[in-house]
Design a protein. Sequence first.
Length: 130
Amino acid sequence: MAPIVVTEDDPIATALSLLGKRTHRTALVVDADHRPVGLVTERDCHEVDRYATVADVLRRNLFTLLAGVDLDEAYGALESNHLGLAPVFEDDRLVDVLTRTGILRSAISPLPPPSTRGATRARGGRRHQR
């Protein structure tokens, strides 16, 4: 999932306009040199002056994962740290954001599409030959 990135100097209004674009409603906050310094969530911005800056509300304790991390390990790390998501870095570059929900979804193999040739779906979900 492409991460939302805001700067410490961005107004809360700017962050809020972007946060609703992802279900996790979280953005990575970077400094002037584009180094990650924390996270900001929609909840962090609740009841805050829209002209205040992201720096006023960001969470500075940033938990990160490295690219190529095993998804089971990533899920366990997120769960044990009581986090819903973590930014993923490769060579000091932000490459992704992993969420617990996203990891669970990726673990579920998509079912192959059912064959519809010569069959119709009836009540109860059973297949009957025509």
